[in-house]
Write a protein that binds this ligand. Structure first.
Ligand code: PLP
Length: 382
């Protein structure tokens, strides 16, 4: 636990940031869309980057056992997961790792299962390979629809792109669900690509289960793809990795081009190692702030928009809001940008039928959460 509270910078400071969050929309729009947090970067990571820059240490990325050794300790400590350090392969980001893994394993022009509502990037990545997404939506309680998935495996679909914990609903799937998924994947000779990028942001009383800890069938069928970029707010640094736990799956990762490793950023890769090695104190403090924020959002919604439905997430800083009561339909986000000066992510980016939802980023200060909702309320009542 940390004795230092992590707090978001104020709006005037944030507006000077150069990232997409702060540049995509005009200055008077409050950006609560893209998954970036408004907190300062962890000190050990800052120091690592400063040292690399000041020592002009910015060449191509070579061997970096530090990622495997630091993640190994982190995974053991956090999830009691013993990884095989020899089966970790670097990549530039999670998106590229997923696309290149699918490409190397002949998935182009085939079908891949996704479970909506799910991160909009998934739909875009599959589009890059002309893959048809086969949607097996989550159940009402956000658990996996195992029998629905099995039906698709049985019909010949060979891949499932899993998001655990799930963006946008913040669900950390149960060990039972994941084990059942592994059993049916093995039975039908299918592969589970498990995007676990939000996992370190699982809240204290919730349980994140890595897919590869769900027994021999999971090891035989799974590849975990992840990065420190989401939990430590390093998306612009560009480093991620793939991890397997069987010779069968190692061989499938080995089909990817060797350049998958070299294309990652040296700064990003060492920052990622630093995050796993020395970033846990910052992570705990950030989780405390986010925990307050997820409840603050709940309270503020009850006060300002009692008809908006929101289930507090088990992980991450994204809130999935059912805003049917706003009555704005497909135009919800465009209308809010124009009239409320607040940017959210459209629900139907996460699956075509979610036009009455929005994704709201609460990785900021409680003041800006309230400000965003207040702006929306003002616009809706005018
Ligand atoms: C589930 C999930 N996967 C991947 C990404 C993006 O990762 P990367 O920038 O490493 O491609 C995000 C970004 O928000 C995400 O939510």
């Amino acid at each position: 636990m940390s004795d230092h509270k992590i707090e978001a910078a104020n709006l005037d400071v944030l507006k000077n940031r150069h990232s997409s969050k702060w540049r995509r929309f005009p200055e008077d729009v409050l950006p609560m869309h893209v998954a970036e947090m408004d907190f300062p970067i962890a000190k050990p990571i800052q120091q690592r980057i400063i040292t690399m820059v000041s020592e002009s240490d910015l060449g191509y990325l070579g061997p970096i056992p530090e990622v495997a050794s630091s993640f190994s300790k982190f995974a053991k400590n956090r999830w009691n997961w013993t990884i095989d350090e020899s089966q970790l392969k670097l990549a530039i980001d999670v998106g590229v790792a997923v696309v290149e893994f699918l490409r190397a394993n002949n998935a182009s022009n085939t079908k891949v299962i996704v479970n909506s509502p799910v991160y909009h990037g998934f739909w875009e990545w599959l589009g890059e390979l002309n893959i048809t997404p086969v949607d097996v939506p989550l159940n009402h309680d956000y658990s996996l629809d195992i029998s629905g998935i099995e039906k698709e495996f049985a019909s010949g679909v060979k891949f499932l792109l899993l998001c655990n914990p799930q963006n946008p609903v913040g669900k950390a799937f149960s060990k039972e669900d994941l084990t059942a998924l592994a059993n049916i994947a093995k039975k039908h000779n299918a592969i589970v690509i498990s995007d676990e990028i939000h996992a370190p942001l699982t809240y204290k009383n919730e349980t994140f289960t890595p897919y590869l800890t769900c027994g021999p069938d999971a090891e035989e069928t799974g590849v975990c793809i992840t990065s420190a970029s989401k939990s430590w707010n390093l998306a612009g640094l560009k480093a991620a990795f793939l991890l397997t736990q069987s010779e069968n799956m190692r061989a499938k990762v080995e089909l990817m081009p060797q350049a998958t490793h070299w294309r990652a950023s040296i700064v990003g890769a060492f920052a990622m190692a630093e995050a796993y090695e020395n970033g846990e104190t910052w992570l705990e403090s950030t989780l405390q702030t986010l925990d307050e924020n997820r409840h603050h959002l709940k309270n503020e919604l009850q006060r300002i928009f009692p008809n908006v439905k929101y289930q507090i997430p088990e992980a991450g800083y994204l809130a999935w809001l059912d805003v049917t009561s706003w009555n704005l339909g497909e135009q919800t986000v465009a209308t809010l940008i124009k009239h409320a000066k607040v940017a959210l992510v459209p629900g139907n980016d996460h699956g075509p039928e979610y036009t009455n939802h929005v994704r709201f980023n609460f990785g900021t200060s409680s003041e800006l959460i309230t400000e965003g909702l207040t702006r929306i309320a003002r616009a809706l009542s005018s």
